[in-house]
Design a binder for this molecule. Structure first.
Ligand SMILES: Cc1cc2nc3c(=O)[nH]c(=O)nc-3n(C[C@H](O)[C@H](O)[C@H](O)COP(=O)(O)OP(=O)(O)OC[C@H]3O[C@@H](n4cnc5c(N)ncnc54)[C@H](O)[C@@H]3O)c2cc1C
Ligand code: SF4
Length: 472
């Protein structure tokens, strides 16, 4: 423990965001960093608890008190090695993880948890700056070949560990760039793509093979795959978006959030989108349907595209500002979350159901919404009821559907592989992440359903360990 009295003497300080009036004019990362002295002070607040609940909260089992201590003592290399020992991408979780570790930190009991996520990010950035992070190719190769299909955090986390174990890993990606949702979902203002490229360069130097623009199942058949590789990892995510099949869904101006976000990420990377395909919020009144993270990313992107107004609506009631009695520490707090994008100027409304899209000449002009109430029926199930007389029409020219993802896409690769699914339509795996076909494993959103980067990284770790055992 850095300083036994740190948590009593030093208040929690966050680096905060760049001012909204400045950041909305660019797609640069919104988050700022503390100077080294303040960062050490923040690290000194960790109490090295006898029972560190932060471990319990962290899906990748990060050894948090150990690397906080190393930060405090100025041991940059040690801090980085401890951090990297349980997570291939601390530079990514350090930026975009919702940090369940902080919610379960013992100091969160009085809402002053250690600044774990920001400290994590600063450890990695300092390590890269100091030249501590270097390619470390395996000394020997096993002669076994593994195909990883899908290059999101699950696929890359597994690929890293399998490559380190000496297997020859080829990562296939159907898009034109590696990274999965890190690349073409999460906006640059949360995660600058050079952060992904920096890590990929190391992977290439370590002998990993990347093949982009390859849609496995279409460009490579099941037979070719199973013949050429000793093991296969499916990490294709859960790309089937939840639709809103109401009247007017096919109007010009109603789009899936991912189509909108992907285009913007491509534009930031220097690619051009044909004018007739471009989805732009500029000068439009935008409605974002769905109150989650994807929706919040649509809000921030619309604001940067200079929308006339942005409204985000959610069908569920507004969450409480503070934990309720049935949701105590150290559990994940089911409370209202406000992102940097929300602070940039958007109206948020809850308990609203979208009834139909209204158009004129084929173009979207409005959305009819109605207020809803939620109550439990006799069997204890939540039931939604419309509140009579509360129908209203919101005038909008762009509607972005961000109501989550239902399951992985079955058509194509999954159908050709003939794997079993679970009840929700995800690929069914056992506790080794092995599917119903012995040689094929699956990790990440494809087997868990849409989740978080940190869960995908952990799933990739579990799959890599078991693929390694399977191959040996
Ligand atoms: C807009 C948005 C914002 C998000 N923000 C956050 C956040 O801030 N923090 C957080 O923790 N989580 C966030 N998430 C969730 C997180 O991104 C996902 O949980 C995570 O990326 C899942 O990782 P994955 O590797 O399982 O799949 P993905 O990242 O979805 O990667 C799957 C990859 O497989 C490829 N693929 C699919 N089929 C094939 C095929 N047949 N052949 C070759 N390649 C194929 C896809 O093109 C894709 O690149 C966000 C999600 C979205 C949509
Ligand atoms: S729970 Fe909080 S204070 Fe305790 S060891 Fe973990 S980070 Fe440090």
């Amino acid at each position: 423990m850095g300083n036994p009295k740190g948590f009593m003497m030093v208040p929690r300080v966050e680096a905060g965001y760049r001012p909204a009036k400045e950041r909305i004019f660019d797609f640069g990362e919104v988050e700022q960093t503390l100077n080294e002295k303040d960062r050490k002070l923040q690290a000194s607040r960790c109490m090295d608890c006898g029972i560190p609940f932060c471990h319990w909260g962290c899906p990748v089992n990060s050894k948090i008190p150990e690397w906080q201590d190393a930060i405090y003592r100025g041991r940059k290399d040690e801090a980085y090695y401890i951090l990297h020992s349980t997570n291939s991408f601390p530079e990514i979780t350090g930026r975009i993880c919702p940090a369940p570790c902080e919610k379960s930190c013992v100091l969160a009991i009085h809402e002053e948890s250690v600044t774990i996520r920001e400290n994590e990010c600063s450890v990695v950035e300092q390590a890269f700056e100091a030249g501590i992070v270097k390619a470390n190719p395996p000394r020997t190769r096993t002669g076994k070949k593994v195909a990883v299909i899908g290059s999101g955090p699950a696929g890359l986390s597994a690929a890293d560990l399998l490559n380190r174990a000496g297997h020859l890993v080829t990562v296939f990606e159907k898009n034109d760039a590696i990274g999965g949702l890190l690349r073409y979902g999460i906006p640059d203002f949360k995660l600058n793509k050079s952060v992904i490229d920096r890590r990929l360069e190391l992977f290439v130097d370590e002998g990993m093979i990347f093949k982009t623009n390859v849609n496995v199942g279409k460009d490579i058949s099941r037979e070719e795959l199973l013949q050429e590789f000793d093991a296969v990892l499916l990490a294709i995510g859960a790309e089937q978006p939840r639709d809103l099949p109401v009247e007017g869904r096919d109007l010009d101006g109603v789009h899936y959030a991912m189509d909108f976000l992907t285009q913007q990420n491509k534009v930031v990377s220097g690619q051009e989108i044909p004018e007739e395909e471009r989805i732009l919020a500029k000068d439009k009144n935008v409605i974002v349907i769905g109150g989650g993270d994807t929706g919040s990313d649509c809000v921030g992107t619309s604001i940067r595209q200079k929308a006339a107004s942005v409204t985000q609506i959610e069908i569920l009631p507004k969450p409480p500002e503070k934990r309720e009695l049935n949701n105590p520490w150290p559990y994940w707090p089911n409370t209202l979350r406000t992102s940097s994008s929300h602070l940039e100027g958007c109206e948020r409304r809850w308990s609203l159901s979208s009834k139909k899209f209204i158009g004129e000449g084929g173009k979207l002009k409005g959305v009819e919404v109605v207020q809803v109430e939620w109550s439990k029926d006799d069997s204890g199930r939540w039931v939604m009821n419309e509140v009579p007389g509360t129908t209203e029409i919101l005038e909008v020219e762009l509607a972005l559907l961000s109501m989550g993802f239902t399951q992985p896409v079955h058509v194509g690769l999954l159908e050709s592989l003939g794997l079993d699914y679970d009840q929700r339509g995800n690929v069914k795996v056992n506790d080794k992440k092995q599917t119903s076909v012995e040689k094929i494993f699956a990790a990440g959103d494809v087997e868990k359903g849409a989740s978080l980067v940190v869960h995908a990284i952990e799933a990739g770790k579990v799959a890599a360990k078991n693929i390694d055992e399977f191959l040996r």
